[in-house]
Design a protein. Sequence first.
Length: 438
Amino acid sequence: MGSATLSFIGIILGVALFIFLSFKGNNLAISAGAGAVIILLLSGNNIVTGLTDYWVVGLSGAVKSYFMIFTLGGIFGKIMDVTGGAKSIAYALLKVIDKANDKMKPSFCVYFLVMMYFICTYVGIHGFIVVFTVLPIGRELFHDKNIPWRYYCYGSGGCIAAYYLLGSVSSVPNLAASLSGTHVGAAPVYAVILTLMYFVLDFFFIHLDVSSHMKKGEGFLPGGQEIWALQMESYKGNEGSVPKLWQAAIPMVVMIVIAASGISTIIALAVGCVLGIIFMWSRLKGKIKSTIGGGATSVFVALINVCGAAALGTVIKNVPGYGFIGDKLDAANPLFAGVFLAMFGTLLLGSSSSSMPAFGEQIIGYFTNAGLSNAMQFKLLTVAGNWVYPPHNTGVVNASGTGKIAYKDAVIIYIKSTFYPNFFILILTVILAAMGVF
């Protein structure tokens, strides 16, 4: 058996091991490292040298791309958590939901989570932080309205919408923009269209799912029994303990405007952190050091997990077996080759956060050869890279463990909440790219 063939088999086995270990809830970086060992072993590489030259280099490259955005986003998220700014936004959304008619209210309650994840992701707050604000509110809301608890996982779809809208300070669109040679304010009209499409399609599929299962008599129990047994602070009656909505909103709005104008996202996040401290100073007195330090360190596990998975992609690209894939892609239409690699990379490594550092430059190379504008490259990379959250996505593991939701139920909801709306959005974007619309 030739070395390239054996190496290709090694890629399959290494990725399979990575996915299996991720399924079992193991640390994503460690799982990726174990997969890298299998790939290097069957590719005939010295394992120690291969890990040092490829896996560690890939990890450090991804850290370089994400470190500042993750860290500043973590600090801003902690400011919003400690001051109650995130809860202030949640209470404002809940007041809107209360006005919905009884037939639609369960779907709007589920969509409340989508909007919270959208807002927080849009301003750079990582999902690992968002969950601790949203989860207690969602638990009581779903219990009161007798909504099946597994639908909490639908909130994940809000992260995708936050990647599409212009001005996002989230790490994913910023890396996509950087790779494409543009900024997150590019193609503003299409960005708004994509976001509105996602919201409409996502709500449509959520309403179909929720109304269908509730007609069958499903409710919060028994699926929510374990989360309901936990001691959590009630959100009811606490509206007066949070800052005014404008105090929480102004730092976010300023941050978004800065990013959308093409100024560095790092500057936008830094300004947002400073304004958050200024506008909610009375709630942070005596807590500044712990808030900044806690916010910075809170994202380190997520950062290493994402970058460790990205490093697995770097290993794959540097072994002979990748030639099987690379040769096929090089011979194909460059537009479809780039779209396939963006989709394949996400399916392989679990998320666009991991696949973009590993395969982003090659994807952009195909898009450039296809004659796409920088703005279209940015949008197409973002859409194709986020077409689905696969079963080994870190969010699935996090939602399942933190929310006390059966893993199989979390996986199904995560896939539905991303694939269903994104199927139509991806087709539209590819058609527009092929037509050279912008």
